[in-house]
Write a protein that binds this ligand. Structure first.
Ligand code: NCD
Length: 307
């Protein structure tokens, strides 16, 4: 176990417990006002899929560490002329960035990018595969509220099948000793997902009274087969968080969601605004945790020095 991070953060399995503890401790120290150095930039961010929170919080984290940030406007880049991802990464690498933050619709994109750049690569979401900094900010938020993650019961509810957030979260939460249950209809939570280390359940109402954290997922409309989804009202009736379900949670249980929220589908307006909803704190934690990650990664300078 070591504090210094590997050259990249593509998936939770790149981290051991020592790395995770170092990231969470550093994010706490940053929250308390401590400042940390970072390997030199610039940071290039490449978002091939839409983003509000993740892109803004990486930029804000980079600014907080004094890194210059370059965004590639992918819709207007040579990708629209047919340039491949590898060629785009090679082109970006020629500008010698210290860090590359990548979001892409294909699972494996960040791992592929890492082979074609000397920058430290951070995966900001690759298809339905992983989104490791989201899981880290979620773990930070949970630990801040409960003082621990170990022994907690976490229900991850909804479109687990298509969710990179669920994959990163189950890996990290179980590493930290939480018990995870995936809850949703069989076509979004098939039995095979139990191989990721969670129990699989289909009756949300039967789980409500037992969870410490109710973690709701966005329905990934962009990744569904056409016609596969029930109506929003039917989804809400079976798996949405309504005021009535909220009232049946344990007194100290919390509600989380990675955003963006489909209001009235996964969660009602009232439930989202409830005092036990940590959704805004998750966004704040995103900046702290991404500052921690960037300041612990070796960057290009560290990778070249180690080569
Ligand atoms: C998530 C994502 O893009 O994977 N959002 C985020 O990063 N906060 C979840 C989602 O889009 O549903």
């Amino acid at each position: 176990m070591s504090e210094a991070l590997p050259s990249h953060l593509v998936a939770i399995e790149d981290l051991d417990r020592g790395h995770v503890d170092a990231i969470l401790a550093r994010a706490e120290a940053i929250d308390a006002g401590r400042r940390f150095d970072c390997a030199p930039g610039p940071l290039v961010s490449l978002f091939f899929e839409s983003s509000t929170r993740t892109r803004l919080s990486f930029e804000s984290a980079a600014n907080g560490l004094g890194l210059r940030v370059h965004h590639l406007d992918v819709a207007r880049s040579s990708t629209s002329k047919g340039e491949s991802l590898v060629d785009t990464i090679r082109t970006v690498d020629a500008l010698r960035p210290g860090f590359l933050v990548l979001r892409h619709g294909s699972a494996g994109a960040a791992a592929l990018a890492w082979r074609h750049t000397a920058a430290s690569v951070v995966n900001a979401g690759d298809g339905s595969h992983e989104h490791p900094t989201q899981a880290l900010l979620d773990a930070f938020t949970i630990r801040e509220r409960f003082g621990r993650v170990e022994g907690l019961r976490v229900a991850i509810v909804g479109d687990v099948l298509h969710s990179r957030v669920a994959r990163s979260n189950v890996r990290l939460l179980t590493m930290l000793g939480a018990e995870v249950v995936f809850v949703g209809p069989t076509f979004l939570v098939p039995a095979g997902l139990a191989s990721l280390g969670a129990r699989v359940a289909h009756d949300l109402d039967a789980e409500l009274a037992h969870v410490d954290v109710l973690y709701l997922l966005r329905i990934q409309h962009e990744r569904q087969r056409a016609g596969a989804l029930p109506s929003p009202a039917a989804y809400l009736a079976h798996y949405g968080l309504t005021s009535e379900r909220l009232a049946r949670l344990r007194p100290d249980a919390v509600v989380m969601h990675p955003g963006p929220v489909n209001r009235g589908v996964e969660i009602t307006d009232e439930a989202l605004a409830a005092p036990r909803s940590l959704v805004q704190r998750q966004v704040e934690a995103g900046v702290l945790v991404r500052m921690a990650v960037l300041s612990l990664l070796p960057g290009r300078a560290g990778r070249e020095a180690a080569a």
